[in-house]
Design a protein around this ligand. Structure first.
Ligand SMILES: Nc1ncnc2c1ncn2[C@@H]1O[C@H](COP(=O)(O)OP(=O)(O)OP(=O)(O)O)[C@@H](O)[C@H]1O
Ligand SMILES: [Mg+2]
Length: 605
């Protein structure tokens, strides 16, 4: 069933009921006296900072974990006692880029494998598979081995596998983490579609706060406590914030202040000299890459890429999943051989001086790069040892890393047990332990909550401005893009744009005109109507954004569409383009230029 907005309608029938649930690990309470209900057809969000208990709760609901107190019933069945009975009706997609997949099977074989497990009827298999492959843009890669997919492509494949048997309840633990903005929009359209058509109930956790506005209802968790439950708009009204990002930040800031964290700036001041500063000769080029090409068989992953980076720059790599970002980074780190092209890193030739280069760089890979079953201290010592850092220096740097990652006093904790934001800061600490000139960070903040991401970026900033380190960072969080000195946008291995974030915005404005924002109660259908009229629109939360070179004409057309939908057209406000739209603009521009006839990137919506 669908409303005119394309959003799912919600029944009153309760399908998940959680009563006074408490979960402990040893002495530590992970969830404390949690109660809530979820109705059939709801898209229900679980929000909270890292380590607040989101994944634990999801595992309890799917019968993977037991509880210490309380009752959990799913579709009327006590999941703790009768887990087997609900297995077919519930599907969980665990956190982590496609960890539930079989690496040695192809994309299609993985989906078929899940069809087998869940006994999907023969006549439904192909139809479901084709729909899901199309919607996730994985169709061209159906025969590719899963281990050869990019991080985001893996995540989308995992989503296909979770949905293939069309379960009654789906639990998605951070489904859009590591997924590019374009595909994130698609994933939300998929979720809305299946919820609307199949009356599926959907529980989702996310670290993208902009997405929180897309949920019917949300619950906020803090340190295992339920902070509140309700519609996103109710939270926004209560806190007096214009967006869920603000709600989350203001709630968690209060919580963080309580913790008395020391600022990153102060830590760098206190440890002055522990990382020797690099003289910043004006405009000194430290990365200089020319016409880089990488072919995997007859597939070209990187296509004549040329760029250079100055010392101390924060340089962002952006692009859709599978664009070639990780491949370029791996070539620059000496982990992959380029097919063609040349380049220098810290003055050394990328093809001839691979081993030498490794001493000048630090690398944090897209998949977690530390040893999970070593303690915090052991990981730091291991990296220090590999890079030959002297014992005395290592001791000082270890203290710095522990402070930066807020792990002082937790030296003997197992790395695998840490919340993700601490893990990622520790991984950064290990990548900088030998104070390299250049650090490559491949999606370092993927899945980290906004507070953790802010702290991570403060470290990046201090390294760049205080120590003179050059940082190359990939990200799918558009708010992080503004913190880069320059960004390079890549799609299908080709550079689509390279400039400062501000200049890219200015260039886009020249090309598509001014941006106006107009509120509406029904953004999805107005958006669909407007695209049919060839207006250049997007939607964010409860606002439509229109780009126009002739606002006097196009705003009138949009106003008519609002009227036809019975919506008031008021509070028209000119604004800057959100970076997500800048990203999509340059990607689409290049795609249309390169393949005029190929399917338009927007056709899916
Ligand atoms: N070993 C390999 N063999 C074949 N193809 C590969 C191999 N490694 C990567 N690819 C392909 O190269 C392309 C670029 O992948 P890459 O991992 O660089 O993308 P990415 O931009 O980092 O994407 P994401 O944002 O999802 O991390 C993808 O189509 C991927 O499937
Ligand atoms: Mg990648």
């Amino acid at each position: 069933m669908r409303t005119s907005t394309g959003q799912a309608t919600v029944d009153e029938e309760i399908v998940i009921s959680v009563e006074k649930v408490t979960k402990r690990y040893g002495k530590q309470t992970i969830l404390s006296n949690i109660s809530f209900n979820v109705k059939r057809g709801e898209i229900f969000g679980i929000l909270g900072p890292d380590g607040s208990g989101k994944s634990t709760l999801m595992h309890i609901l799917s019968g993977i974990l037991s509880i210490d107190r309380g009752r959990v019933s799913v579709l009327g069945i006590d999941v703790i006692r009768y887990t087997e009975k609900i297995k077919r009706d519930i599907a969980i997609m665990p956190q982590g880029l496609g960890i539930s997949l079989c690496d040695e099977l192809s994309v299609e074989e993985n989906i078929d494998f899940y069809s087998d497990i869940y006994d999907v009827p023969k006549h439904k298999r192909e139809e479901n598979k084709n729909n899901l492959l199309k919607i996730t843009r994985l169709m061209p890669y159906r025969n590719r081995l899963t281990r050869k997919l990019s991080g985001g492509m893996r995540q989308k494949l995992a989503l296909c596998c979770t949905l293939i048997h069309l379960p009654k309840i789906i639990i998605l633990d951070e489904p859009s983490t590591g997924v590019d903005p374009l595909s994130r929009r698609d994933i939300w359209i998929i979720i809305n579609n299946i919820v609307a058509k199949m009356k599926v109930t959907c529980l989702v956790s996310t670290s993208y706060m902009e997405e929180a506005e897309r949920f019917h209802r949300i619950m906020m968790l803090y340190r295992g406590n339920l902070l509140g439950i309700g519609k996103p708009v109710e939270f926004m009204e209560k806190i007096g914030s214009p967006s869920m990002s603000h709600v989350f930040l203001s709630l968690s800031m209060a919580f963080e202040r309580e913790k008395k964290t020391i600022s990153v700036r102060d830590i760098f001041k206190r440890f002055h000299g522990v990382l020797e500063r690099r003289a910043n000769r004006e405009d000194e080029i430290v990365v200089d890459i020319k016409e880089l090409v990488k072919d995997f068989g007859d597939f070209r992953a990187v296509d004549h890429v040329t760029f250079s980076i100055k010392r101390g720059e924060i340089f962002g790599f952006l692009g859709p999943n599978g664009a070639g970002k990780t491949t370029i980074i791996k070539i620059l780190c000496g982990l992959l051989k380029p097919s063609k092209g040349s380049g220098k890193i810290a003055g050394l030739d990328i093809t001839k001086n691979k081993e030498e280069i490794k001493r000048h760089i630090g690398y944090m890979s897209q998949r977690f790069s530390l040893y999970k079953n070593l303690t915090v201290r052991e990981n730091i010592e291991l990296f220090g040892g590999v890079y030959g850092v002297y014992k005395k220096v290592l001791k000082e740097r270890m203290r710095l890393v522990l402070e930066l990652s807020e792990l002082k006093g937790k030296e003997n904790h197992l790395t695998g047990d840490l919340p993700i934001s601490m893990k990622q800061r520790l991984a950064l600490g290990c990548a900088l332990i030998h104070n390299p000139e250049i650090i490559f960070l491949d999606e370092p903040t993927s899945g980290v909550d906004p507070i953790g991401r802010a702290r991570f970026w403060q470290i990046i900033y201090e390294l760049s401005k205080d120590i003179g380190t050059t940082l190359i960072v990939t990200t799918h969080y558009m708010d992080e893009v503004q913190q880069c000195d320059r960004v390079m946008l890549i799609n299908e291995g080709i550079v689509c744009a390279l400039d400062t974030p501000l200049n890219l915005r200015i260039q886009m404005k020249k090309e598509v005109g001014k941006a106006f924002e107009i509120p509406t109660k029904d953004p999805f259908s107005i958006y669909e109507d407007a695209r049919k009229m060839n207006l250049n629109v997007s939607f964010y939360g409860k606002n439509i954004l229109i780009y126009s070179k002739h606002p006097e004409v196009e705003l009138k057309t949009l106003e008519n569409l609002y009227r036809l939908r019975g919506q008031a057209f008021h509070d028209v406000r000119e604004r800057d383009a959100p970076f997500e739209d800048v990203f999509i603009h340059f990607i689409e521009k290049r795609a249309q230029y390169a393949k005029g006839s190929k399917e338009n990137l927007h056709s899916i919506s």
